[in-house]
Design a protein around this ligand. Structure first.
Ligand code: PAF
Length: 284
């Protein structure tokens, strides 16, 4: 197993990435740490596409709202370094603190457009502005050939892809499928907040996707009916949103549903907010 080398400053990260690019191609996997098999699948895919994989571990305060879980976000840098190395990342950038990314006097932000409007953009004001700002900085520091993101955060992936194209950032944005537990729950660092009882309830998100897909497979094409089936399966959870949208512009579905129409879910299991999504025509 390779050893991942850890850098703690933006300057060292820039230099290490420059060296990696001189030796070949570079893939970037941005994370907020507390890595799981989903992150590792991104690193493994990065290792197939580039000579060097750099992972970043930074809980970005700019993307958290005042009432969100910034202060209790889980962390385990030693475990992350081990998991990065195991999956094939030879470089890890874990900034020493927020000041390394946003030094005193920082005042420049990336404001995403319409894709960041609905769903999480509406429920978490400023969230995607914070995501875009940190990801643009990581792209600028690394100048990576490609960067990999999971489809669990499908809207984030769409917003970042748009940003990279609009700003000619020169890093190819690659989306990868959701990695799930055997019972269907999408892997997330936030699953670690769940008690045993909450964990068993959390599978309702997967069941809701299944209910929507079953309705579609049975011939239902009305968005309202399909969403109704998903909502019924979320019974017992506090639903934040349950929406059927087109997969490109993320606009609400006005026509009949088709196999690419995507169900977007956010629900609270106890105090923990979980998200999931999937296309109606995907196997579930
Ligand atoms: O998906 C995440 O973990 C974060 O939003 C990201 C992309 C690392 C930016 O902080």
């Amino acid at each position: 197993m390779i050893q991942a080398s850890l850098v703690r400053t933006a300057r060292d990260f820039r230099r290490a990435c420059q060296e990696a690019r001189q030796a070949g191609t570079l893939a970037l996997v941005p994370t907020m740490g507390f890595l799981h098999a989903g992150h590792q699948s991104l690193i493994r895919e990065g290792a197939k596409r580039a000579k060097t994989v750099a992972a970043t571990v930074f809980v970005n305060p700019m993307q958290f709202g005042p009432a969100e879980d910034l202060s209790r976000y889980p962390s385990d840098l030693d475990g992350d370094l081990r998991k990065c190395a195991e999956a094939g990342a030879s470089l890890v950038f874990a900034p020493e603190g927020p000041g390394e990314m946003y030094p005193a006097g920082y005042q420049t932000y990336i404001e995403p457009g319409a894709l960041a409007g609905p769903l999480d953009g509406e429920r978490r004001p400023g969230h995607f502005r914070g995501v875009c700002t940190v990801v643009a900085k990581l792209f600028a520091l690394s100048r990576a050939d490609c960067a990999l993101f999971g489809e669990k955060d499908y809207q984030q992936l769409a917003v970042i892809r748009r940003m990279a194209a609009d700003l000619d950032l020169g890093t190819e944005v690659i989306g990868r499928p959701i990695v799930r537990e055997p019972d269907g729950l999408a892997l997330s660092s936030r699953n670690s907040y769940l008690s045993a009882e909450e964990r068993s309830k959390a599978v309702a998100l997967w069941n809701a996707l299944g209910a929507a897909r079953a309705a579609f497979a049975a011939g239902e094409r009305s968005g309202q009916q399909i969403v109704g089936a998903a909502r019924a399966a979320l019974d017992g959870l506090r639903i934040d949103y349950c929406d059927l949208r087109d997969p490109v512009e993320l606009l609400p579905l006005e026509q009949r549903a088709d196999p690419t129409s995507r169900l977007f879910l956010a629900a609270f299991v106890g105090k923990t907010r979980l998200i999931d999504n999937g296309a109606l025509g995907e196997a579930g």
